[in-house]
Design a protein around this ligand. Structure first.
Ligand code: SF4
Ligand code: SF4
Length: 180
């Protein structure tokens, strides 16, 4: 009898102790997502942002995660080396209550895409550019789940587009793409 199905998940492990706050990851991520590619390097377009506290030698890279349409009701407090960080400092979500992880021109949410490209890269660009080895690329085998996570991502993305442009324009765009 065959066991549960497995799938490979790509992830980046963060070793906060090794991060020196150089911001190389922000530079390469934003440059590779610029249009045209590598035409600019505005960190506001980066899918990774580094929380920096140079006086305390604290640097924490945070990857852009899921978009959330409403700000959450809960708040976390972080105290590191005696310094209290603002409620949302290390959150990965793009959300209505702050500007981080939003495309500066359109306001659309940003999410790390693991540098998916064709041909694929050996490692994501931020990992390649992190000379301090604070970002470690891994491929791990996990049990295959259902498709609900992917569908939820799709829903969130469509809702964000509709919020920005209205459903009629989103429908028109989908119709146009189907014809191509
Ligand atoms: S994996 Fe790629 S898309 Fe994600 S933060 Fe790193 S450079 Fe940006
Ligand atoms: S490139 Fe590495 S060391 Fe530099 S800020 Fe990013 S995670 Fe930290």
């Amino acid at each position: 009898m065959s066991g549960p199905q497995k799938k490979i998940v790509k992830r980046i492990r963060i070793d906060v102790d090794k991060c020196n706050g150089c911001l190389g990851c922000e530079v390469i991520c934003s440059a590779s997502h610029a249009m045209p590619k590598y035409s600019s390097n505005n960190p506001a377009r980066s899918r990774i942002r580094v929380i920096r506290e140079p006086l305390s030698d604290i640097y924490v890279p945070v990857f852009a995660g899921e978009y959330t349409a409403a700000e959450c009701a809960g708040r976390d407090k972080y105290i590191i080396d005696g310094k209290e960080y603002e409620d949302c400092a290390f959150c990965r979500a793009a959300c209505p209550s702050r500007d981080i992880f939003k495309e500066p021109d359109s306001g659309l949410p940003l999410k790390c895409d693991m540098c998916e490209s064709d041909p694929s890269l050996d490692e994501p660009l931020c990992v390649q550019w992190c000379l301090a080895d604070a970002l470690i690329y891994e491929e791990v085998e996990v049990a295959a789940g259902d498709e609900s996570e992917t569908v939820a991502e799709l829903d969130a993305g469509l809702q964000a587009l509709a919020h920005k442009h209205g459903w009629p324009k989103v429908r028109d765009a989908v119709d146009r793409m189907k014809k191509n």
